[in-house]
Design a protein around this ligand. Structure first.
Ligand SMILES: [Zn+2]
Length: 161
């Protein structure tokens, strides 16, 4: 069991955070952006970057080669749909995709938008970790959180129409 501290300060004990979120046990701030038979998308508001999405499988698996045929199909389709909505609704030109198998959670892909302000932290992929930390530590102000929530709502609306 791991103790997870939520953004509202409360703590919960869960076996796997991804299982807790995709099963609906834990409601992510901002709610579910879109859900399919095999996948679940939400924003981790601990990293308040507009349009950052985490796409997690509902099944507790770790590695890419554990995906079933149906899951593979669902994965690429939902990933594409979210990407398109990021572009059309939020004007996001580029996205970084991260997925690591040595995780304490389960199969989930980070979709991290690239913004101009991120150049301060380096070009391209090298900026990603510093950018995420900067967002977590320095961007939790009310104004930014409001924008992040508005972006989540806009994406949710677009993806579920
Ligand atoms: Zn899990």
């Amino acid at each position: 069991m791991r103790e997870i501290t939520l953004s509202n300060g409360k703590t919960v004990e869960v076996e796997c955070l991804s299982c807790a979120i995709t099963s609906g046990l834990l409601e992510p701030d901002g709610g579910v952006v879109i859900e399919t038979e095999y996948f679940h998308a939400h924003q981790d508001v601990a990293y308040p970057i507009k349009g950052l999405i985490i796409l997690a499988s509902k099944r507790h698996i770790k590695c890419f080669d554990e995906l079933s045929e149906a899951e593979k199909f669902d994965y690429i389709n939902i990933l594409t749909k979210i990407r398109k909505a990021q572009r059309e609704i939020l004007g996001i030109e580029y996205v970084y995709y991260f997925y690591n198998e040595d995780t304490t959670h389960h199969f989930h892909t980070w979709m991290v938008p690239r913004y101009e302000w991120m150049y301060e932290f380096g070009r391209s992929v090298e900026s990603v970790r510093p950018t995420l930390l900067h967002a977590r530590n320095e961007m939790n102000d009310e104004e930014n959180l409001k924008e992040v929530m508005a972006a989540i709502n806009a994406l949710t609306k677009e993806l579920n129409k």
